[in-house]
Write a protein that binds this ligand. Structure first.
Ligand SMILES: [Zn+2]
Length: 244
């Protein structure tokens, strides 16, 4: 593990990480719900960092139109299960970790058993039904999760630590209706989920190592056209349908 030629040398050099921190990462686990635009960069960085066990949940197969942003997948992967394609790339990057894959929709039937097996969860979904289920499951099991969302040239990220601040439904009490704008209509610049997914991986590593200040109660909004990050303070909502 150590030595200046070791895989984790530049982690171990970091103040607050060291050999101890690296051992912690290798003994940690992260579940990524979604192996697409957000899941790709998030999983790559977590695998590279040596998070010892990653879980990937996604029922979909790779489509040609995914490749513009879902950088775990390649042209030859079109038609393959995303989780299989993802596992192959992640293990090629770092064969020292374990990658568990679940080719299934994240659903009320499997949510608790999946979330319960990991230390931290990353929301790499693309719809509010799945996000709300993830929010409720993580609150019930006391698991932290990192929310991320992207649309067109913008993205946002927030970390939810149950009992330590607001949850996702403190911000979004209701699921947006079908008239709400979606990436299916407005598109998304590929590098935007790259930024947001990398931030989500950063938050997960910070949580696992107890480093710095998490985005708890702080919704970070990224605007790629303006090239700005804006922080919105979020309080716990005393009438939140999920955590009140
Ligand atoms: Zn709440």
């Amino acid at each position: 593990m150590g030595g200046e030629k070791g895989r984790y040398h530049y982690n171990i050099l970091l103040a607050g990480v060291g050999e101890e921190g690296q051992k912690k990462l290798l003994a940690s686990s992260v579940l990524l719900v979604g192996a697409g635009g957000l899941g790709s960069p998030a999983a790559y960085y977590l695998a590279a960092a040596g998070v010892g066990r990653l879980g990937l949940v996604d029922p979909d197969v790779v489509e040609l139109s995914n490749l513009q942003r879902q950088i775990l997948h390649r042209t030859a992967d079109v038609g393959r299960l995303k989780v299989e394609s993802a596992r192959e790339k992640l293990l090629a990057l770092n064969p020292e970790i374990e990658v568990e894959v679940f080719a299934a929709r994240f659903s009320p039937e499997n949510a608790a058993s999946l979330v319960g097996r990991y230390d931290v969860v990353i929301d790499c979904t693309d719809n509010f039904a799945a996000r709300f289920l993830l929010n409720e499951t993580c609150l019930a099991l006391g698991r932290p999760f990192v929310y991320g969302g992207v649309l067109a040239y913008a993205g946002q990220v927030m970390t939810v630590v149950p009992g330590k601040g607001p949850c996702l439904r403190c911000i979004f009490p209701q699921e947006p209706g079908p008239e709400a704008p979606s990436t299916r209509e407005l598109g998304v610049l590929g590098a935007v989920p790259g930024v947001i997914g990398a931030l989500q991986a950063t938050e997960a590593v910070k949580y696992l190592l107890g480093l710095g200040d998490l985005l708890v109660g702080r919704l970070l909004v990224y605007d790629a056209l303006f090239m700005s990050f804006t922080e919105i303070k979020v309080e716990q909502n005393p009438t939140c349908p999920a955590c009140a």
